[in-house]
Design a protein around this ligand. Sequence first.
Ligand code: NIG
Ligand code: FE
Length: 412
Amino acid sequence: MLIIRNIGQLVLPGAHESPTGADSAIETIENAFIAVDGETVAEVGSDRDCNPPPDAEIIDAAGKCVVPGLIDCHTHTVFAGSREDEFVKRIQGKSYVKISEEGGGIKTSVEAVRNASVDELVALAVPRLRRMFAGGVTTVEIKSGYGLTVADEIKMLTAVRDLCDHVPMDIVATFLGAHTVPSEYQYRRSAYVDLVISDEMLGQIVEQELAEFCDIFTERTAFSVEESRKILLAAKERGLTPKLHADQITQIGASRLAAEVGAVSADHLETINAGGVTAMKDAGVVAVLLPGCSWFLGVDQAPARKLIDAGLTVAIATDYNPGSSMVESLPLCMAIACTQMKMTPAEVLRAATVSAAAALNRADRLGRIAPGYQADLVILDVDNLNQWPYNAGRNCVSTVIKKGMVVSQRND
Ligand code: NIG
Ligand code: FE
């Protein structure tokens, strides 16, 4: 048994079903302990009531703050190449859409990924994931979507699978074959839609169990609502759970489609309208907001307060990718959500833990510190939760515990 004692402030997100707004987002216990049995949490309580068995391993949290391991529920962490030239072009006034219309954007990363091997993709992603882990992220979702051929999509998802052997994180794989229409299908887009849902692409991915979710970029410059519906329903029929990149740049009804097809989440939502909010609320679709992306692109943030006040489950994630969000730090995104979206530290902690778990269908076992939950725990070097996003841009994580094992420790 592992016991973490002398926790100055223990931060406990509530159950996924409980209200997510402001005061009810989390509970805290001052001077607390956590008992871990194997890979799961056995008990939490006040340190005065802690009676450790004689053979227990004890960790002294030194009066600091302890939170659940973070969950980054939307990333494109497997990629090759670098797009800093686009970063500079945007600074000089060219938009993300304009850059992609001129043949850059996602297509640039597609070329780089097509030229890389599985092993090269893994080697590039491992240090990224290790840094994310050291920043407190214990579960990460990773999408394909820079291959866009049968072989290259499978190559990306194979890299995602292989990464599980290199980092101590839970890694969740998402098939994003419908990220954009590749250049070779420019004038035959319906043939590309058919390829995505074919036995060769979707069928093989399902058969080899390479993905759990199917995502799509539903956007004027990517896939229409009709094309998205066709792909998501085909994926659902084969057992994958739908997700969408929805309402990012233009409003074409993507969040309503998310509700219609029973998606687990709709992500981005910078341009969501009232109809989308109501549809998502009624269908129980998790809203995944990506504050690092809007910050990196220098555009307006999604209306987080409106979504929280409407009663939606709101998660936040990095959207880590080489184009729109070269931001691998979820804690930095949490700080941006506080300052730019006016979410409270309690709301962002909730959004990056149990609500993010809900966006990955794992809220019954990840994202909380409660008996029966996986013991993914982070000891911070700050005294309370508010000090974490307040120390924006500094790594405040001192110890990361994954499945009951101390894996990462930092001593300044
Ligand atoms: O979530 N919006 C579409 N996909 C990614 C960006 C991918 C890229 O630019 O490489 C996103 O922002
Ligand atoms: Fe994305």
